[in-house]
Design a protein around this ligand. Sequence first.
Ligand code: ZN
Length: 161
Amino acid sequence: MTISETDLVHLRRAVELAREALAAGDGPFGSVLVDGAGVERFADRNREVSTGDPTRHPEFEIARWAAANLTANERADATVYTSGEHCPMCSAAHAWVGLGRIVYVASAEQITGWRRDLGAEPSQVSVLPITAVAPGLPVEGPVDELVPEVRALIERAVRLR
Ligand SMILES: [Zn+2]
């Protein structure tokens, strides 16, 4: 695991966006796109409830934004920071548009376990690691020091439903 102080700054921003999403009644997930020069270029949070569109995941919005606004080289050099590991839809979108490194705080497996322990409905989509969908991507996580914050958000979201 090679997580730098700079990585942690961007991850904390992703967690902040997840907190915003939860406060707005959406799924507690946030993501940030940072270019090869270390500049944040785009960020979003989950909007699946507020828009009524369950595909409104921040990682998917990032992939679409990157396809429209970055060159192929810029996409390959970019890093996506996210509070929770990409779902299969977002892993595929990330790979299709040729984005680079992913750093996530909590893994899909961790999130699934926390939700299951609280009696939440299982996901309708298989829980797969990013690398099971897109084996060529450089992926890092979980980032243990921020996991408790993400866990608290996930658990609060389950209790609110
Ligand atoms: Zn997703």
